[in-house]
Design a protein around this ligand. Structure first.
Ligand code: GLP
Length: 241
């Protein structure tokens, strides 16, 4: 794995933005795996700026988001579908039909998982996956204990995760209990992974990701085995390495 330490959140976001631009320009039909959460927001702002300055077009880009809450319709402000439109898709020239997220209100969530997985495979897999990380080592919404062999599936969210994400909701009770997430095997099949990590509260997670044994108890530890992983950490997150 390649670890890049940069000064702060803005530098991390700019690095990721420049890297994405490079890859999008290199590939004929780039397939991106996208993430939500606070971590990639700065990268999305930088990408919008780059688009407005005509440095990049998303016309040929296909994207697949990692996850979505079960039960939230796309116009709910806390759905990841809403987040992605608000923070990125509404401001760039990606084609609506090419920007995919799991449907959180599908009548059969299990069928939705199978369909989503199939669509990723049919598109020939993900070229570049952007990842954040949860405090408990979750990637996407793959909580501790998720089998490394998992494909897109429905998960019950950890109490810690619901607490961490409660900041976006009126209260923790409003945070959905379940989500659809790409599985760990799905994520590991991406040709390249960029993991973004920022802030002192993530320092322990970064240390564990790099130094712990590869164990399902800490899902992100599997990334040690990915052949093309780059971790971009700011100094606060990297301070205990
Ligand atoms: C959420 C998302 C993850 C994200 C993580 C960290 O639960 N499902 O994809 O990486 O939590 O979020 P943040 O970047 O806000 O710390």
């Amino acid at each position: 794995m390649n670890i890049i330490t940069v000064t702060d959140y803005q530098a991390m976001s700019d690095w990721a933005c420049q890297h994405l631009i490079k890859r999008i320009n290199e590939l004929e039909q780039p397939v991106l795996g996208l993430a939500t959460g606070s971590t990639p927001e700065g990268m999305y702002s930088s990408l919008i700026n780059a688009y407005q300055n005509k440095q990049i077009s998303f016309e040929n880009v296909i994207s697949f988001n990692l996850d979505e809450y079960v039960g939230l319709p796309s116009d709910d402000h806390n759905s990841y579908n809403y987040f992605m439109h608000d923070k990125l898709f509404n401001h760039i020239d990606i084609k609506g039909k090419n920007a995919h997220l799991p449907n959180g209100i599908a009548s059969s969530p299990d069928q939705e998982c199978q369909d989503y997985e199939k669509l990723i495979t049919q598109t020939n897999g993900i070229d570049l996956q952007i990842l954040g990380i949860g405090l408990n080592g979750h990637i996407g919404f793959n909580e501790p204990g998720t089998p490394f062999s998992s494909r897109t599936h429905v998960v019950e969210l950890d109490d810690l995760t619901r607490e961490a994400n409660a900041r976006f909701f009126a209260s923790k009770d409003d945070v959905p209990t379940h989500a659809i997430t790409m599985g760990i095997a799905t994520i590991m099949e991406s040709k390249e992974i960029i993991l973004l990590i920022s802030g002192e509260n993530k320092a322990e997670a970064l240390k564990q990701l790099i130094e712990s044994d590869v164990t399902e108890d800490f899902p992100a530890s599997i990334l040690q085995k990915h052949p093309n992983l780059t971790i971009v950490a700011d100094e606060a997150a990297a301070h205990s390495l």
